[in-house]
Design a binder for this molecule. Structure first.
Ligand code: GAL
Length: 374
């Protein structure tokens, strides 16, 4: 845990370069000092103006100082409203705790609201925050399909807003230039899950029948993380020329109990035919592991199991050989990035269309490197 924190802090200090603006323009500055806050059109710097790699260290230092200056100018100590889609989500609890520590550590007054997985409830919470005249909002939408409405509301009120964890489309975000998304590119985590299987001695084909037979336990399919992880985990196998067979795909809504139930039923139905269990997140993988153990199966011997998030419980199971691997969903790095983006907005930065997604990298976690994250 300690080392993980140290890593996270080290990553945070490299944030300027760890965060990548999407839209194929890595040249877009991650920071803009308050006094130099460029109008939206000027933010979309052409690729040829990209900062050379050898200036990176200087640029990082300058950008960090600029962000700090911007935060001071904007009056750190302001009121921040944070909306979480639901408190009862293992990963978002880690993320929420990280946000709280960072924001309070910087002297902000922060209020967290539990959306209880209900978009109408969250809409009320956003309206209340606006009525209370918060200085900025950080919102983890309940439904990405509600993004248009959320964005219209915060735009109307002129509140700088950082969206987290559930990514709307670039088109939706382009409606408001004081809005930015900080998160991860879920395609990367799916690909890494597939690579974890490709890295096993038999590339996932435990019974040697020439194909990898798997079940997919999906998160909430309304969410791009669930869609992309489902697609790209399998794509990594097929891109490597591996034949695959999907025995089952079911939504487990990111929930441990549902992961356990789905795995239990599928293990009873398909038995030894299941060679791989892909779970869109760790909480469902921990549930699936309970079912695997109850069925007398042994991970890494007669079945493979992968998740995403690198929850503490999953790291312990990877270390113990009870999960094949997981993928770090960097809550600390994303929280740091969200606060930094919020301070940039408070400092006057605006975001051009197509430049409003800022990504933190995922990291593959295997028994070989798991101790770095514990
Ligand atoms: C994902 C995470 C899941 C769940 C979900 C909520 O990024 O891996 O565990 O928290 O976000 O949207």
């Amino acid at each position: 845990m300690k080392l993980r924190k140290v890593l996270a802090i080290a990553m945070a200090s490299m944030m300027v370069f760890g965060l990548t603006a999407c839209g194929g323009n890595d040249a877009a500055p991650a920071e803009a000092p308050a006094e130099e806050a460029a109008p939206a059109e000027e933010e979309a710097a052409p690729v040829e103006e990209e900062t050379p790699a050898d200036d990176a260290a200087d640029a990082t230092e300058a950008a960090t100082e600029d962000a700090e200056a911007a935060a001071d100018a904007a009056g750190a100590g302001g009121n921040i409203g944070v909306c979480i889609y639901k408190f009862d989500d293992a990963f978002m609890t880690t993320y929420r705790n990280a946000l709280q520590e960072i924001l309070e550590g910087k002297g902000y007054t922060v209020t967290f609201m539990d959306g209880k997985n209900d978009q109408a409830e969250q809409n009320n919470q956003i309206n209340n925050f606006i009525a209370q005249k918060v200085d900025a909002l950080i919102i983890n939408p309940v439904m990405t399909s509600a993004a248009d409405q959320i964005i219209a509301t915060v735009k109307d009120a002129g509140v700088p807003t950082v969206l987290i964890n559930r990514e709307p489309t670039a088109d939706q975000m382009s409606a408001y230039d004081k809005l930015v998304y900080v998160g991860c590119d879920a395609r990367q985590s799916g690909t890494m899950q597939g690579e974890l299987i490709l890295d096993t001695p038999n590339k996932g084909d435990i019974n040697g029948d020439g194909k990898v037979s798997y079940i997919m336990i999906q998160g909430d399919p309304e969410n791009v993380d669930a869609q992309y992880r489902t697609e790209f985990s399998v794509k990594a196998l097929t891109d490597a020329g591996i034949e695959v067979e999907e025995l089952d795909l079911q939504r487990g809504d990111w929930d441990r109990n549902k992961g356990q139930e789905i795995a239990q039923n599928d293990l009873a139905k398909f038995g030894d035919d299941i060679e791989v269990i892909f779970c869109n997140n760790d909480d469902m993988a921990i549930g699936a592991l309970q079912a695997i153990q109850a069925a007398g199966r042994k991970v890494n011997e007669d079945i493979y199991l992968v998740g995403v998030d690198a929850l503490d419980a999953a790291l312990n199971e990877v270390a113990a050989g009870n999960m094949t691997g997981t993928v770090l969903n960097d809550a600390q790095g994303q929280a740091e990035g969200a606060v930094q983006a919020m301070e940039d907005l408070l400092g006057g930065k605006t975001y051009a269309a197509g430049e409003q997604s800022i990504y933190v990298d995922y990291v593959k976690v295997t028994p070989d490197n798991v101790s770095d994250f514990q």
